[in-house]
Design a binder for this molecule. Structure first.
Ligand code: NAP
Ligand code: COA
Length: 254
């Protein structure tokens, strides 16, 4: 695939903004959107330092299929048909199940799982063929974690949505994959799970590559999956996590 035209849900901060940035560096056309329009415009301004890129900011809640469909349609008119859809929007909070109401559980499942489906469905209507769709999943999809029952359920669902859509849409020239980031430095998620420097240092000691990931690490995985190098890859969940999911690598093994 040559130049990317990418529509990125949740592209207004964190990892997804990092993905947008790497595509902007390469002169891509990009829609970034979240719920907060002002935040989206600020992100777009940041991306416009890359003069060759064309950036559109939008606002839509991924829980609202009509809003997503309308924004994606508008972006396809403005930027042209996308050849990459990234479903990256997510919500999370840490709480034990006894403190998560049915609505708290539903909110996260609606954003992460149904939201991913809504973004892919809207993307399906406009995506170029061949084209690539990527969901940003999380270790919680396969690693049960206390205080994360809602996220574990939602992201496990995301992994299966990716696999089923890959089976159904492969014949149409659409590849559907997921990337599962490990802990990414500078994100709210990592700061919540390891608030202090000591917590972070202890965590890093358990990761095989002995460092947190960066948004750029994830962006590079997106570029790989969307390029000709990834042309025969569909229905996969690519771990980009420094070996985190292998388990606790702590100790001096050298
Ligand atoms: P983040 O900075 O909090 O970004 C979340 C993005 O999603 C924002 O753009 C936010 O914008 C948008 N968003 C949230 N709810 C939305 C909704 N209902 N509709 C539309 N947009 C919505 O998150 P991050 O930490 O970079 O995480 C990005 C992705 O990576 C997520 O899928 C997350 O599960 C995954 N992940 C993160 C880590 C990590 O270390 N942080 C590790 C593994 C996986 P608004 O607030 O304006 O809506
Ligand atoms: N513990 C327990 N329940 C919580 C909670 C917490 N820390 N935070 C929110 N909830 C519950 C609320 O109480 C509410 O349930 P209720 O109606 O039964 O009281 C439910 O979640 C929805 O809350 P609300 O604030 O209306 O949700 P929202 O739709 O505006 O926001 C969230 C969604 C809750 C996921 C919010 O954390 C969010 O917007 N996150 C985006 C940023 C983020 O999480 N980034 C990291 C990405 S991995």
């Amino acid at each position: 695939m040559g130049n990317l035209t990418a529509f990125i849900s949740g592209g207004t901060s964190g990892i997804n903004l990092g993905i947008a940035n790497e595509i902007a560096v390469r002169g891509g056309r990009i829609l970034v959107f979240g719920r907060d329009g002002a935040k989206a415009h600020a992100a777009a301004e940041q991306l416009r330092v890359h003069a060759d890129a064309e950036i559109m900011a939008g606002s839509a809640d991924v829980r609202d299929p009509a809003a997503v469909r309308s924004l994606v349609g508008l972006a396809a008119q403005k930027l042209g048909a996308p050849n990459l859809i990234v479903a990256g929007a997510a919500g999370n909070f840490m709480a034990p199940a006894v403190n998560i109401s049915p609505n708290g559980f539903k909110s996260v499942v609606d954003i992460d799982l149904l939201g991913t489906y809504n973004v892919f469905k809207a993307g399906f209507e406009v995506i170029e063929r061949p084209g690539s769709m990527i969901a940003i999943t999380a270790p919680q999809a396969v690693m049960p974690m206390p205080q994360q029952v809602h996220v574990c359920a939602a992201k496990a669902g995301v992994n299966m949505v990716v696999k089923v859509l890959a089976m159904e849409w492969g014949q149409l020239g659409i590849r559907v994959n997921a990337i599962s980031p490990g802990p990414i430095i500078g994100t709210e998620g990592v700061d919540r799970m390891a608030p202090g420097d000591a917590d972070k240092a202890a965590w890093v000691e358990q990761i095989a590559l002995r460092r947190f990931g960066t948004a750029k690490d994830i962006a590079r995985a997106v570029l790989f999956l969307s390029s000709v190098d990834g042309a025969y890859i569909t229905g996969t969940v690519l771990d980009c996590d420094g070996g985190m999911k292998l388990g606790n690598s702590g100790g001096d093994w050298g």
